[in-house]
Design a protein around this ligand. Structure first.
Ligand SMILES: NC(=O)c1ccc[n+]([C@@H]2O[C@H](COP(=O)([O-])OP(=O)(O)OC[C@H]3O[C@@H](n4cnc5c(N)ncnc54)[C@H](OP(=O)(O)O)[C@@H]3O)[C@@H](O)[C@H]2O)c1
Length: 191
C-alpha cells in the first residue's frame, strides 16, 4: 500500500478556519483532489469528516467512491463505505495495509491527522494558495499545517524529501488566488 498526503494551505500554513477552508473559490485544486483520490481509501479526522458531511450533496455519502477511514476516539455516525479507527498510528496503518494491500491510501487531513500520519507518507501533494495573511496565531479557529515544507529539497519532520512537481498557476475564473502545486517524495536513504 502506498500512502500519500494531500493538503492545501495558505503561504503561512493555514489549512482551515473553523470547519472551513480559508478560501471559497479554488476549483482547480478541488478537481485535482477529486482526480487524485478517486476510488482510493482516504484517512480523515473526525472533525474534517463531519465538515465534509455537512457540505456534501448527500450527507450519507460524502466523497463517494472512496472508502472513508475516520480517525476518532468517539462513537462516529458512520456513513456509506466508512470505518472508524483508533489506536496507535502504527496499529492503524498495519490494519489499513491489511485491508487495502494494493491501493493507495490518501491522508486528507485535518491538522491532527496530518500531524499523526505524515511520518508514514511516501509523497506529500501540497497546494499553496497565495492568500493575504488571514489571522493571528492567537485565533483559536485557525488550523495550521503542522510542518513547514518550503525549500526545494529538505528535511521535513525528520524525513528527507525531494520535489517531484513544482507548478505555479495564475488566478482565473475558477480560481480566486494564485496557487502553487508542490509535491514531495520521501528519499529512501541507503545505509
Ligand atoms: N486545507 C486542507 O487541505 C484541509 C484538509 C482537511 C481539513 N482541513 C481543515 O482542517 C481543520 C480540521 O483539522 P483538526 O486538526 O481540527 O481536526 P481533524 O484532524 O480533522 O480531526 C481531529 C480528530 O481526530 C481524532 N483524534 C485525535 N486524537 C486521536 C487519537 N489518539 N485516536 C483516535 N482519534 C483521534 C479526534 O476525534 P474525536 O474527537 O472523535 O475523538 C479529533 O477530533 C478544519 O478547519 C478543516 O477545514 C483542511
Amino acid at each position: 500500500m502506498k500512502i500519500n498526503l494531500i493538503a492545501a494551505m495558505t503561504y503561512d500554513g493555514v489549512i482551515g478556519t473553523g470547519d472551513r477552508l480559508p478560501w471559497t473559490r479554488q476549483r482547480s485544486d478541488m478537481r485535482r483532489f477529486a482526480a487524485l483520490t478517486r476510488d482510493c481509501p482516504v484517512l480523515v479526522g473526525h472533525k474534517t469528516y463531519e465538515s465534509l458531511r455537512s457540505y456534501a450533496k448527500d450527507r450519507n455519502n460524502p466523497l463517494p467512491g472512496r472508502p472513508k477511514v475516520v480517525y476518532s476516539t468517539k462513537i462516529v455516525d458512520v456513513t456509506l463505505d466508512t470505518i472508524k479507527v483508533q489506536g496507535t498510528p502504527e496499529q492503524i496503518i498495519d490494519r489499513l495495509r491489511f485491508h487495502f494491500p494494493d491501493r493507495t491510501l490518501w491522508v486528507i487531513g485535518g491538522g491532527k491527522v496530518y500531524d499523526t500520519f505524515m511520518p508514514f507518507c511516501d509523497r506529500l501533494y501540497l497546494t499553496k494558495v497565495q492568500l493575504p495573511t488571514i489571522s493571528s496565531s492567537s485565533d483559536p479557529t485557525v488550523v495550521r499545517f503542522p510542518f513547514s515544507p518550503y525549500p526545494k529539497r529538505r528535511v521535513i519532520n525528520g524525513f528527507a524529501y525531494e520535489v517531484i512537481e513544482d507548478e505555479i498557476h495564475e488566478p482565473d475564473e475558477d480560481n480566486e488566488f494564485r496557487y502553487h502545486y508542490i509535491t514531495y517524495e520521501k528519499v529512501i536513504q541507503n545505509g
